[in-house]
Design a protein around this ligand. Structure first.
Ligand code: ATP
Ligand code: MN
Length: 254
C-alpha cells in the first residue's frame, strides 16, 4: 500500500514533468491520463529514457523523437484516441482475421490499430522489407527505431531529389512483392510513406496495412501500385501501375 502510494506519486511527478515540457504545451490534447500511464510504463520498462521534440503531427497520430536505452534514438508514435477517425480505422480492421469482432468502441479500435501497426512492422521485417524496427507497444503508443538521426532526420521520398530513381523503384517494387508474399498489403503506400536516409529507403506507416484476406486488399494494392508507379513515372522511370501490380502479385504464384 505504501509502495502503491509511492508509485502513484512517482507517476504524478512524471506526468507533471511531461506536461510542463515545452514540446507538449501545444498538444496537450494528445495526452489523456491513460496515455501518460502508457508512456510511463514504457519508461519503466526501459524502452524510453527521455522525450525529444515532435517530428510530425498527422491526422491520427503524432510522432516524437526520444532517447532510448544505451544512447539510441527512437521514434514514438502516439495515436490520439479522440481525434482519430475511427470509422475509417474500423473499415481496415474489419475483414482482417487478426482483428475479428473488434466492434464499435472507439478506444478499442484505436488500441487495436496501434497493435496492428506493431504486428505489421514485425511481419514486414521478417519478410525482408526495410521498415523501422518495432521496439515496444503500450496502449496507443508505439516505440520504434528512429530512422536517421535527431540532427539529421530522414526525409520523405516526396521531399528529396531522388538521385537514382531507377534503382529506388526496383527496391520499392521488391519490397512490395515481399510484403505481398508475406500476406500483407500496405494500403497507403506513396512517396509520403517512404523515407530515405543515407541512401537507404525505408517504408513507414504500416498501421492501415491489411492481410491479403481483407475484402478490399486487392483494391488497396491496386491503389498502392498506382501511387508508386505515378511517382516513379514522374521521375522518368519507365513503368505503369499494371506492370507493377503484375510484378508484385506474380511472385505469389511461384
Ligand atoms: P500522416 O497522417 O502524415 O501520413 P501518420 O500520422 O500516418 O502521418 P507516419 O506517416 O507514420 O504517421 O509518420 C509521420 C512522419 O513522421 C513521417 O512522414 C516521417 O517523417 C516521420 N517518421 C515516422 N516514423 C519515423 C521513424 N521511425 N523514423 C524517422 N521518422 C519517422
Ligand atoms: Mn504517413
Amino acid at each position: 500500500d505504501r509502495i502503491a502510494r509511492k508509485r502513484d506519486r512517482e507517476f504524478d511527478d512524471f506526468r507533471k514533468r511531461l506536461k510542463d515540457a515545452d514540446q507538449f504545451k501545444v498538444e496537450q490534447s494528445v495526452f489523456d491520463d491513460a496515455t501518460f500511464a502508457a508512456i510511463y510504463k514504457l519508461v519503466q520498462d526501459g524502452h524510453v529514457e527521455a522525450f525529444g521534440g515532435p517530428i510530425s503531427t498527422g491526422k491520427e497520430a503524432n510522432v516524437y523523437e526520444a532517447l532510448g536505452p544505451d544512447d539510441t534514438d527512437v521514434a514514438i508514435k502516439i495515436y490520439r484516441i479522440n481525434a482519430s477517425n475511427f470509422r475509417h480505422m474500423r473499415d481496415y480492421l474489419e475483414g482482417d482475421p487478426r482483428f475479428e469482432g473488434i466492434g464499435n468502441d472507439k478506444k478499442r479500435v484505436v488500441l487495436a490499430w496501434t497493435q496492428k501497426e506493431f504486428a505489421n512492422l514485425s511481419r514486414a521485417r521478417r519478410a525482408g522489407v526495410r521498415v523501422p524496427e518495432p521496439i515496444a507497444v503500450e496502449r496507443n503508443v508505439l516505440v520504434m527505431e528512429l530512422v536517421g538521426l535527431v540532427e539529421d532526420r530522414a526525409r520523405r521520398l516526396a521531399e528529396v531529389n531522388v538521385e537514382n530513381p531507377e534503382t529506388a523503384y526496383q527496391v520499392v517494387r521488391e519490397y512490395m512483392r515481399r510484403l505481398y508474399s508475406a500476406g500483407l498489403v500496405h494500403g497507403d503506400l506513396s512517396e509520403y510513406n517512404m523515407i530515405i536516409h543515407d541512401g537507404e529507403l525505408v517504408v513507414i506507416d504500416l498501421g492501415q496495412a491489411v492481410t491479403v484476406h481483407h475484402p478490399n486488399a486487392d483494391e488497396f494494392l491496386r491503389r498502392d501500385c498506382r501511387n508508386v508507379a505515378k511517382f516513379f513515372s514522374r521521375q522518368g522511370t519507365d513503368t505503369s501501375s499494371a506492370d507493377l501490380y503484375e510484378f508484385v502479385t506474380d511472385a505469389e504464384a511461384d
